[in-house]
Design a binder for this molecule. Sequence first.
Ligand code: DX5
Ligand code: ZN
Length: 234
Amino acid sequence: MSPDRRIRIAPSILAADFAALGAECRAVEDQGADWVHLDVMDGHFVPNLTFGPAVCRALRRHIRTVMDVHLMIAPVDPFIDAFAAAGADLITVHLEAGPHLHRTLQAIRAAGKKAGLALNPATPAEAAAEVIDLVDLVCVMTVNPGFGGQAFIASQLPKIARLRALIGDRPVLVQVDGGITPATAPAVAAAGADVLVAGSSVFASGSPDNPLAYGRNIAAIRSAAEAARGAAPA
Ligand code: DX5
Ligand code: ZN
């Protein structure tokens, strides 16, 4: 396995203590998180509201790894520059969020950021084909976006494998988001996922004052995924 295909764990702070987000970001990074995943929701594209670019900007100085911003908003184009200015490393948009996806992805790269494309459970892998050279990551939603703590949708597993085949040897990562636990991580890793977003299963136990539990939760997901890929544990 080439080094750039190693498993990355991206805790979603959707499941963190919103009154202590900076400390939560530092705690999961100290405990082994590879990226930090920020879920932006607008109450329109998805039936929930979280936070916007001001909170992302405030969290930037608490994140030393990769600030992974998952935009569940429509329209998205008017906000790309704001999230870029907030310090996102990667900006992921939904294919279903607007009619001009090609333009949106170009705008993310024009802002100097890596571009991600998220696919809802009902959207086929093949829908990414025409823009695959415009993205750095494709996110397979393994729940319907909007809430943490939902059940993993196993029908997405063959889609992950089809997406991996479609990507071929391009430098594009496959991310999975939703319902990832030590029990579901092996199947997504075996299907070809590189970046595992996990909210509830990371933050279920532990706190910034008791961060070792975060470390155990992250390690459990990582070792389950790596074992399924046949890779040596880190
Ligand atoms: C759902 C979000 C996910 C969510 C995952 O819309 O995109 O990132 O936080 O949460 P869990 O891991 O609890 O399914
Ligand atoms: Zn997400």
